[in-house]
Write a protein of this length. Structure first.
Length: 310
């Protein structure tokens, strides 16, 4: 039979020998191609990976699926670069008899047939489409993260140190959270776009099966990482905005006076912190040794100098 790209209509009799099982999130179908009669199979994902979030899926009862021939028979006219199949595509209805067993029959709803074909076309290139989108999103995420390098120096150490203690703690925590979120965003963004190096043992059939399951879930994994990168980038911007807001609007701490040492005419000294005076020509000092407040007049002073500690 010559190779031809066309959709064919099948009957229940032609699909009588087909079998199907459900494994995790895939529907595994196998049987003879209704057109060329060569054995073929298909692993159909039960999820569609896109850039939108999706709610949890209930257990299905029936599913209409578009199945292409994937046989390895010789078919004249097969285009260069196409390694398998006779070119025919048909639509089946899978009825889920149990959690794992599936009954295969012919589909008869033209609207579902069209939808199933669209889903198959999307699934065929979903990994590349997700990674292309992730590559573009990653550039945007990195640009947003670059705001960290602009905003943090603009805050200034002195501005932060002048805040009340609770405000300093809040600004510091916000900046640390922004840094952590930025790291999560960059790592997840680049891993979504380019993948991560992973070594999987394939020493037996079970290992091969596990590898294939992971292989087919790469698009879903990339989409999940892209969503995490976008959320982390949003968290980075939010925490930076919080840090800027607190630095700008939080009350500043009352300045602490530098200790001073006063020398009296008789050579005695008084060391303490200056306090606001309540009268003209007086100096109020809280003594460091006793905590008492001492009032001094100009005639009581010979020398006044600031000191680091009393």
């Amino acid at each position: 039979m010559r190779h031809a790209r066309e959709r064919i209509t099948v009957t229940d009799q032609q699909l009588a020998g087909w079998t199907g099982t459900r494994s995790r999130t895939e529907l595994q179908l196998s049987g003879a191609c209704p057109a060329c009669h060569d054995p073929t199979f298909m692993n159909l994902p039960l999820t569609s990976t896109s850039l939108e979030s999706a709610p949890g899926l209930p257990a299905p009862t029936t599913l209409t699926a578009s199945v292409p021939c994937a046989c390895h028979g010789e078919h004249p006219g097969r285009p260069e670069g196409v390694a398998e199949g006779c070119g025919r595509t048909w639509t089946i209805t899978a009825t889920f008899v149990s959690d794992t067993q599936v009954k295969v029959g012919a589909a008869n709803d033209p609207h579902l047939t069209e939808a199933a074909e669209a889903l198959r076309a999307e699934t065929a290139g979903r990994l590349q489409s997700v990674r292309t989108a992730a590559d573009r999103w990653t550039a945007a995420v990195v640009t947003l993260i670059g705001l960290v390098g602009i905003v943090v120096p603009a805050l200034g150490r002195d501005d932060i140190r002048s805040l009340e203690p609770w405000a300093r703690i809040l600004v510091g925590g916000s900046l640390l959270a922004a840094l952590a979120a930025a790291a999560v965003a960059v790592v997840n963004g680049y891993s979504a776009a380019h993948g991560l190096p992973v070594t999987r043992p394939v020493a037996d059939d079970e290992g091969l099966r596990e590898w294939y399951i992971a292989h087919r879930s790469r698009a879903s994994t990339a989409a999940d990482r892209l969503r995490r990168a976008i959320v982390a980038a949003a968290v980075t911007i939010a925490t930076l905005a919080a840090a800027v807001g607190v630095t700008t609007f939080a009350p500043t701490a009352s300045p602490e006076s530098t200790p001073v040492q006063v020398t009296r005419p008789d050579g005695a000294t008084v060391c303490g912190v200056l306090l606001p005076s309540t009268a003209d020509n007086t100096l109020r000092i809280r003594r460091a040794d006793s905590g008492d407040i001492e009032i001094l007049r100009p005639s009581d002073l010979v020398r006044l100098k600031p000191v680091k500690v009393c």
